[in-house]
Design a protein around this ligand. Sequence first.
Ligand code: N01
Length: 532
Amino acid sequence: GSTTEESFIMGLDTKQYDAIIIGGGFGGVYHLHHLRKLGFNVHMFEAGSQLGGVWYWNCYPGARVDTECPVYQFSDSEIFKDWKWTERYPGRDELRRYFDHVDKIWDLKKDISFNSRVTAAHWNKESSKWDVTVAQNQIGGSTELVAHSKSILCCTGFASKPYTPPFAGMEKFEGLKYHTSEWPQEGVDLKGKRVGVIGTGASGVQVVQTIMPEVKELTVFQRTPNYALPMGQYKITDERNQEFKKNYPELVAKIRSTFAGFLYDFDSGECLKATEEERKELYERLYTTGGLHFWLGTYQDVLKSKEANDTAYKFWREKTIARINDPATAEILAPKVAPHPYGTKRVSLEQNYFEVFNKDNAHVVDEHELDVIVLATGFDSISGGITLIDIRGEDGTSLKDKWAQGVWTYLGMTSVGFPNMFMVYGPQAPTAFATGPCSAETQGEWIGQCLSHMRDQKLTTIKPTAEAEAEWRTHVNDVGKQGLFSDTESWYFGTNIPGKPKEALNYMAGMQMYKQKVWESANNGYRGFVMA
Ligand code: N01
């Protein structure tokens, strides 16, 4: 019989599936729904006790998305129909509620095991299936189960493996310390405390501006300034929600046509060809629009030419130092000489971050006595969440070992030696250069069609060829070397983790080019793959 019939006969109790999804964020949730709709027997394992992925774990004060609504959401109008956003950039709690709402509409929970961390996945040659080991935490202890599946989907997100640098003497610190992504779900009382925040990325900026009013003293340890832009937050009224809904098909079509899955694209002009006035006018408009417009909506050559880039940095710096009272502090937060080109590290959105440093009890420094340390020190990004799992392929080699000197994938979704393993929102795909939901849906449609094709053709395995994989790796890294990004040390290239090879972890040619590439393969008999 067909694969679905087989799974059905075996029954759920034997833990036999067509697909096991690892992780319940945007990627996992979309794939569970989509593959189930296509008739597959799918099950999700999620380490947390609720859906949301990063939006479950990152409950630190001020956690909020940097993508405005109605972009950071699924395109299904059934989901949007009875949902209302309250803010232009929704906060973490609202996003968590959104996941509960999605669960209600798509009826997901019946196929999810929570508090269930996938620790290993080994390809079983005899059965041509994955044996998946799951550690389940329940009240009264933890148990381990092994489930079997024809395919596995790593929907582990790009920021699921927190990174804490090995700070000398940290073990002697007697106060409380938390990494932002491991913040206690019940919260931490910071009132009257001397708090230190290490790291000024997106997480650090949000923590700093949020906890300032309650702490006694705030010390921010900055290694590199964050060229943060004003968020331009505002309330979303009922009327505005209605407008979104009325125009939703057009909005979705637009989102699906842009470079990064936003509602806007880079400006079509060229910075170096524009006059001083034209440039000023554009920068002013993008900056005051709020959000990431002054980054991903500006002239494209700003991210490619140093000369163009300098004009953007100068503009940003002037705007920023005007908000900081003390010139020495201003020089730390927005130095005269840019430490790296503008926008080549992730630009964050802030609400009153720079004003925090006008308070007498806030400092940016090096050494201090503290009660609480907030580790906003980032993640072993993009590949770290996948290699955290002991994944072993055809010849028993682990994916972690295969990737020790660099990431190898074909189309950012598959890897030689690991049949029927798909990665969603992982390395060598648009991932951090596209919005999460847009990536999830783009890759989900491809994976869904691929698995359906295999079912129709009665095929058991799909694996990429070594040539196709090598070609993709070269292409991804060639694209990564274009422009100014690769000159800057950042998690985009893995250089935030000591010993991690420097390489393009994202496919930076944009979502449209990515779609073209993946569908070119599918439409040509899954070129670059061997199916059997
Ligand atoms: O992590 P980061 P993050 N000594 O890696 C510093 C998404 N996100 O959690 O820049 C001293 O960006 C490090 O300094 P430097 C988003 O995509 C989104 O903030 O390496 N400092 C840096 O300042 C984001 O980009 C949202 O010099 C050290 C900081 O720690 C990604 O997740 C919210 C150090 C790490 O910043 C990661 O953001 C939050 C050391 N040894 C996250 N090691 C929203 O949508 C590291 N640092 C709003």
